[in-house]
Write a protein that binds this ligand. Structure first.
Ligand code: NDP
Length: 234
């Protein structure tokens, strides 16, 4: 049965691959963007997830056009890397406000309608950095680790209402975010990944669409790494 799916940051990168995979399955898919518009075939809604009123308005628009959001993929995220001693409080809180509080705003807004429908799927896009840390990434790692606690608390609160909350933790994926890495760092990463390569965004999308489906109804509070084995042994 087609569902209404909202993917934050679904205008490009991993979010776009996720949105396209849901669309391929026949779901009604909305994506948020911050002004770039939505790719063809996807319903776009402008929204900055650091703004609660904008989040509320985006959900209201999606509900009016496609119906209540049944699957939320909280994917939008940013990095702002620098070593701890150089990191300003503003750099820390800005990353938290987007990656963690932004996901909270969306999950809270989505869960009201999911509770009414007695069905819902919430999927947070975290990162291996949230599980194992990363140098220069205190802000990013804290934000991404926070998503795990949030998913598990939602599972405890809403699990009995057919609402699941899970985390997908990608390793290194070919997107604008990793294109920005210096060549030496990129080579270092490829060397450390047992799979010997970066992943395609579609490989993350496959895990997300599975979690959103009926066959994953008994999977909640889980963290699914899509990292080519990078996290093994930690
Ligand atoms: P990109 O940098 O390619 O895209 C980021 C997306 O987030 C864009 O759609 C961007 O919108 C959106 N976004 C950022 N800030 C906001 C905001 N305040 N409000 C609304 N939307 C916002 O990232 P990726 O596709 O690489 O990453 C997607 C997710 O996956 C992120 O959460 C990232 O942390 C995570 N991840 C990525 C990995 C990778 O290797 N690429 C590895 C592990 C996790 P806009 O176009 O308007 O800027």
């Amino acid at each position: 049965m087609p569902r209404t799916v909202l993917v934050t940051g679904g205008n490009r990168g991993i979010g776009l691959a996720i949105a396209q995979e849901f669309a391929k399955q026949g779901d009604r898919v909305a994506v948020t963007h911050r002004g770039s518009g939505a790719p063809d075939g996807l319903f776009g809604v402008q929204c900055d997830i650091t703004d609660s009123a904008a989040v509320d308005a985006a959900f209201t628009t999606v509900e009016a056009e496609l119906g209540p959001v049944e699957v939320l993929v909280a994917n939008a995220g940013i990095t702002d890397d620098t070593l701890l001693l150089r990191m300003s409080e503003e750099q820390f809180t800005r990353v938290l406000d987007t990656n963690l509080t932004g996901a909270f705003r969306c999950a809270k807004r989505a869960s009201a309608k999911m509770l009414r429908a007695k069905w819902g799927r919430i999927i947070f896009i975290s990162s291996v950095v949230g599980l194992y840390g990363g140098p220069g990434q205190v802000n990013y790692a804290a934000s991404k680790a926070g998503l795990v606690g949030m998913a598990r608390s939602i599972t405890r609160e809403l699990g009995s209402r057919n609402i699941t909350a899970n985390v997908v933790a990608p390793g290194f994926i070919e997107t604008d975010m990793t294109d920005a890495l210096p060549e030496a760092r990129r080579a270092e990463i490829i060397n450390a990944v047992p799979a010997g390569r970066l992943a395609q965004a579609s490989e993350v999308a496959a895990a997300v669409t599975w979690l959103a489906g009926d066959s994953a109804a008994y999977v909640s509070g889980a963290v699914i790494p899509v990292d080519g084995g990078l996290g093994m042994g930690h």
